[in-house]
Ligand binder design. Structure first.
Ligand code: HEM
Length: 161
């Protein structure tokens, strides 16, 4: 049936895995955030150029105080995305916020590749941060929550109207 579609429900277990592991990571969120972004730049050094505050700065990347907030935001919003996926079956960032997010990432020239590298770095960072909690299910739950959030941002990546 060509009209069929695939809805994979995000389960309560998946939500719990994400929320529980984030609660365990939170106390080190500053350190984690830094690791997360250094990992991104290790894989994709050119991504540094996207961040104006890195491009125009003489401070070494790892000491730049502006780096952590974005990295922490990605963690927090992915975690919130997991909660919403379970509750509503979709990512429900308030629409105006989603539009701003889309417009900002469009404006700074963020590409699909950057979202991919960021996903990889996020999952690696989590694996290192909570090895005792880590499982393929945990990994997949974070991956799914991130993918859905990234997809929602990407649909709004166009010039502001
Ligand atoms: C800005 C979240 C992925 C690069 C922002 C802002 C938020 C955010 C909340 C500030 C909001 C605003 O100014 O409108 C996210 C989330 C992501 C994500 C939740 C993934 C799910 C990425 C990726 C890149 C990226 C993959 C590139 C590697 C940037 C840049 C800015 C930005 C360059 C502007 C920073 C500046 O002020 O120079 N992001 N982001 N983001 N993001 Fe992201």
């Amino acid at each position: 049936n060509s009209g069929s579609f695939n809805v994979t429900a995000f389960t309560e277990e998946q939500e719990a895995l994400v929320v529980k592991s984030w609660n365990a990571m939170k106390k080190n969120s500053g350190e984690l955030a830094l690791k997360f972004f250094l990992r991104i730049f290790e894989i994709a050094p050119s991504a540094k150029k996207l961040f104006t505050f890195l491009k125009d700065s003489d401070i070494p990347v790892e000491q730049n105080p502006k780096l952590k907030p974005h990295a922490t935001t990605v963690f927090v919003m992915t975690c919130e995305s997991a909660v919403q996926l379970r509750k509503a079956g979709k990512v429900t960032v308030r629409e105006s916020n989603l539009k701003d997010l889309g417009a900002t990432h469009f404006k700074y020239g963020v590409l699909d590749e950057h979202f991919e590298v960021t996903k990889y770095a996020l999952l690696e960072t989590i694996k290192e941060a909570v090895p005792e909690m880590w499982s393929p299910e945990l990994n997949n739950a974070w991956a799914e929550a991130y993918d859905q959030l990234a997809a929602a941002i990407k649909t709004e990546m166009k010039p502001p109207s």
